[in-house]
Design a protein around this ligand. Structure first.
Ligand SMILES: [Zn+2]
Ligand SMILES: [Zn+2]
Length: 376
């Protein structure tokens, strides 16, 4: 992944004000309005914005500093759990570079060298049951294909992109800076060609000089049993197009497993509640418990089971991901059901039980509340 500081050309310890300054300068330099039809500049412009959306925000910047290049993190911040709808709009704007993106802009040796396309990342929400059983999803991924009209060159058929005269095809220009400490030669991205080393004089009418067109790709994705929130699935070749004949990037699906109303997951284990009546808890019972994907299971409740006791149902938790052996367990947390409505017979029995146990209880004729009311 490309370094976001490098994209904005600022050191890692730059102040927020300096970052903002650098960003404004770059935006002026690469604004699409002044680079119509220039794919390189547009790409750079997107990256600049994407980079600034992270390190321009002190909170996201801190997160990026901490996890930045770690593959598993998403430096572009939360907000990824809303399913597809809200994601698609942002997908192309928030493209971040994959491993194959090639070196930073500053020191690229050869702008004509093949470079792999950027990886894309997208979140995919599944239910807990789908995560337990595994599932297949047919996805429609907004993607890009090489423009067939121009074969990806971006130049009108019959014409070719020309070598940029400003930089001689190197994509960079040298400039001299005079400072109190002496003269410095610095390399800057060529503003004419945006660092691509090529200039398209007559852009292709189909793709407007981009060399690529947007297209929805239909992809069938197998989601293996045992996935968790944060599990990343790679869909090979569904990332961005490569540059100069480089390979396509990959698409990473970051799974988001929805909460279940009855089962809570803890790694490979599941937790649920088991409601027992007072007699069942006192005397013990064989009861049935609902499992996530195995239907109903018989569970032996020992006599004298207390409220809050946890009963273990072995092997009825989540499957482990990718062939790892065995399954987690299901833990049932006991709740003792206290009835609020009793038949006369039930009431008599419980009153007799109370007497037998020496408990004091409210007589049924006059509840506590009635008594309290009388006091006033
Ligand atoms: Zn084209
Ligand atoms: Zn140039």
């Amino acid at each position: 992944m490309e370094d976001l500081y490098q994209i904005l050309g600022v050191p890692r310890d730059a102040s927020q004000a300096d970052i903002k300054k650098a960003y404004r300068q770059l935006v002026r330099q690469y604004h699409p309005d002044t680079h119509q039809g220039d794919a390189g500049a547009e790409e750079k412009f997107k990256k600049i914005n994407a980079a600034y959306s992270v390190i321009g925000d002190p909170e996201k910047r801190a997160r990026y500093d901490q996890f930045g290049s770690a593959d598993g993190s998403n430096p572009f911040g939360g907000g990824f759990n809303g399913g597809f709808g809200d994601l698609f709009g942002d997908l192309f704007e928030q493209v971040f570079g994959g491993g194959g993106m090639g070196g930073g802009f500053g020191r690229r040796a050869d702008p004509n060298a093949p470079r792999g396309g950027a990886n894309l990342e997208m979140s995919l929400r599944v239910t807990l049951i789908e995560a337990a059983n595994g599932t297949t999803r047919n996805l429609e991924i907004p993607n890009q294909d090489k423009c067939e009209t121009c074969g990806g060159s971006g130049a009108k058929p019959g014409t070719k992109p020309k070598v940029c005269e400003t930089c001689g095809g190197r994509g960079q220009v040298e400039s001299m800076t005079r400072t109190p400490f002496g003269q410095f030669v610095s390399l800057n991205t060529c503003s004419r060609c945006g660092g691509t080393g090529k200039v398209i004089e007559e852009p292709c009418g189909t793709c407007g000089g981009q060399g690529k067109v947007r297209k929805i790709h239909k992809v069938e994705v197998k989601i293996p049993a045992g996935v968790e929130t944060g599990t990343r699935l790679r869909v090979t070749g569904e990332g961005e197009l490569g540059v100069n004949g480089g390979p396509k990037g990959d698409l990473f699906l970051v799974l988001d497993v929805a909460r279940h109303e009855k089962f809570e997951r803890d790694g490979g284990d599941l937790h649920t509640y088991l409601t027992l009546s007072y007699p069942q808890a006192v005397l013990g019972a064989a009861v049935e418990i609902e499992t996530l994907i195995d239907g109903r299971e018989k569970v032996g409740v020992p006599a004298g089971t207390e409220h809050g006791r946890v009963l273990k149902v072995k092997g009825k938790g989540m499957p482990r991901l990718r062939g790892a052996r065995g399954r987690g367990d299901l833990y049932a947390h006991v709740l003792i059901n206290i009835p609020t409505k009793l038949t006369d017979k039930q009431r008599t029995i419980i009153e007799n039980l109370a007497k037998e146990m020496g408990d004091t209880v409210e007589p049924k004729e006059e509840g506590l509340f009635e008594k309290v009311k009388k006091l006033f």
